[in-house]
Design a protein around this ligand. Structure first.
Ligand code: NAI
Length: 492
């Protein structure tokens, strides 16, 4: 936090707390407040501390966060310029029930509680504006509170979750500070199960729920007005049908690039140092090191395909290992390249130079089977291929040939093009009928995880917060492009 001196009267007047005060009162306040600057992630005040001052956001956005289960922060609210934080500390010095954290660069005026109390005595008009702000805040809080009809029926907004898992339910319940009525179904959403959504206002599906035209029509008929995907992908939603039937569709475009990048790094380290094999050996009492020789990543060349949110996180990790990084992306970020001392190159050059290739491009018409027999033939012998993006970026049959020929030295796959049939469920007691997946699993130098790269408490918390915010925007009357995370009809 860096402090700066006294705000001008004009800038104080822009605050909703001080607007309407005369210049005399403003000058008295200006003499008491100080402007503080906070960097991204810095706390203005912390949960558990005794409140002794109030904050008025001058510029930027702050998040009001509290600690949920597993120690993961839960965002209760976000506030912007003019919003007043920690007003109760003016009247009673009690322990703060939440922290206030800067989201990006933030400027805030701070006003000591004692100073504010003496200002109330010397300038009584301040009390009038304070009551007006508090009454508006009370009204706003009430609009989030569940209302009960005279008959006692639960009139809260009802959300039906499909393809739910215990960790999904735990996280969404934890983040449900708006007190929506939540119903969790483990079954996937399909024409057979759509009846479960009867009485719901919103459905919250996941990547493998099937939202075809018939399902969306049945949803609409049962009163559902919004499909709130709790994931980034939406290839399983018939967007044209949703548009035609007037059902909104929103999603969560990004939730934790760190989670995905760190998982990609975990796959790479495991395959390179063969810790997946060492783990099994040691459990069986076999301490032999034969066949476990790896290579130093330091000084080797990594090729990162797609330098968006996840790709950039991974590049920073790989640079930390001391790797040379070549990147390929149609959208070149020259500043990022300079700062991280990486080079953007054409894909064929990247393929020919990289000892490790990691895929972070989205699945589009252009990237479908980006890794195929031709591109594998251009790779360095023994290359380690990592895919945490989307399964269909890789032609799995060509990959099997690449592994058999030794061009691909190892493959770490968190995604698989036909994953829908198996991923997220337990088939351990059944015979696997997907021969390509079975063949991939049979290689000792292939490590497959079941689309778990996103699975951290932080990412789940972000997914819950963004999903509930998407729903709140819809409830507030926003439609179509007015919704921050509306899905537009794909051109692919
Ligand atoms: P992003 O949208 O921030 O970045 C994608 C980047 O790929 C962009 O810079 C874009 O210009 C680039 N790109 C587009 N076409 C390309 C091409 N033909 N060649 C090279 N680069 C190309 O996406 P973000 O958040 O970084 O996510 C990357 C991918 O990770 C997503 O597409 C998603 O499928 C996947 N993902 C996987 C998860 C998992 O649990 N395994 C979780 C979240 C995302």
């Amino acid at each position: 936090m860096t402090a700066a001196v006294g705000p001008g009267l004009a800038s104080l007047k822009r605050s909703r707390l001080f607007a309407g005060l005369d210049d005399d009162a403003l000058a008295a306040i200006a003499a008491k407040v100080s402007l503080a600057r906070f960097a991204d992630g810095e706390f203005l005040c912390r949960e558990g501390d005794v409140g002794d001052r109030m904050f008025i956001v001058s510029a930027g956005t702050v998040a009001v966060v509290t600690t949920g289960d597993h120690g993961v922060p839960v965002t209760l609210n976000t506030c912007g310029p003019g919003d007043v934080m920690d007003m109760t500390s003016i009247f009673e010095e009690k322990v703060r029930s939440a922290s206030v954290m800067a989201r990006g660069a933030v400027e805030a005026w701070t006003l000591d509680a004692g100073d504010f109390r003496s200002l109330l005595v010397s300038h009584p008009q301040l009390a009038t504006v304070l009551f007006a702000v508090m009454s508006r805040d009370l009204h706003r809080a009430r609009s989030f509170t569940p209302s009960l009809s005279s008959g006692g029926a639960d009139t809260r907004l009802k959300i039906a979750f499909f393809d739910s898992k215990p960790y999904v339910e735990a996280c969404f319940r934890d983040h449900n500070w708006r007190n929506y009525a939540l119903q969790f179904f483990e079954t996937r959403l399909s024409s057979d199960t759509v009846g479960l959504s009867a009485g719901s206002d919103v459905v919250c599906p996941f990547v493998n729920d099937r939202l075809d035209a018939a399902v969306i029509e049945a949803l609409r008929d049962s009163g559902v007005r919004l499909i709130a995907m709790r994931c980034a992908g939406y290839n399983n939603v018939d967007l044209k049908a949703a548009g035609r039937l007037g059902v909104g569709v929103v999603h969560v475009p990004a939730y934790s690039p760190h989670a995905v990048a760190e998982h990609a790094a975990a796959l790479l380290l495991t395959l390179n140092r063969k810790t997946h094999r060492a783990y099994i050996r040691v459990r069986e009492g076999n301490f032999s090191l034969d066949g476990l020789v790896g290579t130093d990543l330091h000084g080797k060349c990594a090729g990162v395909v797609g330098t968006g949110r996840v790709g950039k996180c991974l590049i920073r990790i790989l640079r930390g290992f001391g790797m040379r990084v070549l990147a390929h992306d149609p959208a070149v970020d020259a500043q990022f390249a300079d700062e991280n001392r990486i080079e953007y190159v054409p894909l064929p050059y990247l393929l020919s130079q990289a000892d490790v290739i990691s895929l972070h491009a989205p699945l589009t018409c252009d990237t479908h089977h980006l890794i195929n027999a031709d591109t594998i033939a251009r790779m360095k012998r023994g290359v380690i291929l990592i895919n945490t993006s989307r399964g269909a970026l890789v032609d799995s049959v060509a990959l099997i040939e690449g592994l058999k020929s030794g061009i691909v030295g190892a493959a770490g796959l968190d995604v698989y093009e036909e994953e829908e049939a198996y991923f997220f469920e337990d088939f351990s007691a059944e015979i696997m009928t997907d021969d390509v997946l079975a063949r991939l699993i049979s290689f000792g130098n292939v490590l497959i995880t079941g689309h778990q790269a996103f699975l951290t408490w932080e990412a789940l918390g972000n997914i819950a917060d963004i999903t509930f915010n998407n729903i709140a925007e819809f409830v507030a009357g926003r439609r179509g492009a007015e919704l921050s995370n509306a899905i537009l009809v794909s051109s692919c």
